[in-house]
Ligand binder design. Structure first.
Ligand SMILES: Cc1cc2nc3c(=O)[nH]c(=O)nc-3n(C[C@H](O)[C@H](O)[C@H](O)COP(=O)(O)OP(=O)(O)OC[C@H]3O[C@@H](n4cnc5c(N)ncnc54)[C@H](O)[C@@H]3O)c2cc1C
Length: 313
């Protein structure tokens, strides 16, 4: 029996697809497909997929909203699991705080909108952030005005570790830093996260969220195919060494004259130079070429290596 048949036996005959087109499942819309594909609708599905991938020695990745990852190959060699596990539960509430358990496939926009309506503060600055709670926690998604990270209000979580065991972890486990968490390196899967949110006036949260969304729309390309900021900002040490007014990767790319350069359907946005935009059905090899050009030009002009913020699968 081949691996595909073995996976179907473990996860359901009609639930595992072969050569599945992923173009519409990532916001960059890179033309690519998955050798095998499965949609997880529950925590049991995520656990079963991880266990099956380990038992059959098949590489597996979880795809949340696909808004911070791009694929480097025409076919991802392994199992792509789209996370549609959507659930939430109030664990505890008192006069000041609420503890909310949220599943990893929960759409971030839905959670942000709901918590604003309910008067729970902590996530309102993420109004307009695409993707799922799993992606936002794993990437420790950020906002800069004022600086805040998605992991800031996380107090606990349950994960599936790289051996397939269920483990309850606290916030320290994540080792959150700028755009990063431990889960990115170790390949474990977030099942659910618990957030502690402060009870606040909904009207004030709406105003804060509205201002953040307005700034997002003003400063970033909106409603186009992209994966947000493509590169990480440079270190503050490098910024100081170079005597630059900012550590922003977009600033460096702009000053290197790279706005609007294109390869195939991919181009650097003229609105925000750290956004790469796919104008059509760009191929992975064209994206790789554009990224190489940007990195080489920045290295030549500034002597620094730009590092991708986007996960390249
Ligand atoms: C228009 C636009 C604006 C953006 N603005 C911002 C911004 O302001 N700030 C910011 O930080 N980012 C921003 N992003 C990037 C992105 O939206 C966020 O990082 C988002 O939180 C990623 O969530 P996702 O579900 O789409 O993750 P995905 O892209 O699906 O996944 C990202 C990584 O996390 C892993 N992953 C996802 N879910 C799980 C899970 N349950 N368990 C383990 N691993 C998992 C994936 O395998 C992948 O490695 C923007 C993107 C776009 C397109």
């Amino acid at each position: 029996m081949n691996v595909y048949d073995e996976l179907k036996k473990k996860l359901g005959k009609n639930r595992v697809k072969a050569n599945y087109d992923l173009s519409n499942l990532q916001t960059m819309r890179v033309k690519t497909c998955a050798q095998m594909f499965f949609v997880a609708h529950s925590r049991e599905d995520l656990i079963a997929a991880k266990k099956a991938s380990l038992a059959l020695n098949v590489p597996m990745i979880v795809l949340g909203g696909g808004s911070n990852m791009v694929f480097s190959k025409k076919v991802f060699p392994g199992l792509v699991v789209a996370n549609r596990y959507i659930d939430r539960e109030v664990l505890e509430t008192d006069t000041d705080f609420v503890k909310l358990k949220v599943s990893s496939g929960y759409p971030t926009a839905k959670l942000v909108n709901e918590t604003i309506e309910e008067g729970f503060a902590g996530l309102e600055l993420f109004m307009g952030l695409p993707g799922t709670v799993g992606g936002a926690v794993v990437m420790n998604s950020k906002w800069s005005r004022p600086p805040v990270f998605f992991g800031d209000s996380l107090i606990a979580a349950e994960i599936i570790d790289d051996k397939g065991n269920l483990v309850k972890v606290d916030r320290e486990y994540f080792g959150f830093s700028y755009g990063a968490s431990r889960l990115q390196d170790e390949g474990s899967i977030l099942l659910e996260a618990v957030f502690k949110l402060k009870k606040s006036a909904s009207a004030a949260l709406k105003k804060t969220a509205g201002d953040a969304l307005a700034y997002r729309k003003e400063s970033q390309p909106y409603g186009v195919n992209s994966s947000g900021c493509f590169f990480r900002n440079i270190s503050v040490d490098d910024q100081k060494k170079l005597g630059l007014p900012t550590a922003s990767a977009g600033y460096l790319i702009d000053k290197a004259g790279l706005k609007t350069i294109a390869v195939g359907d991919f181009c650097v946005s003229d609105k925000h130079a750290n956004f790469i935009i796919n104008a059509g059905r760009g191929k992975p090899e064209d994206l790789a070429k554009l990224v190489k050009i940007i990195k080489e030009k920045i290295k030549k002009k500034y002597g620094v290596d730009l590092i991708e913020e986007v996960i390249i699968a």
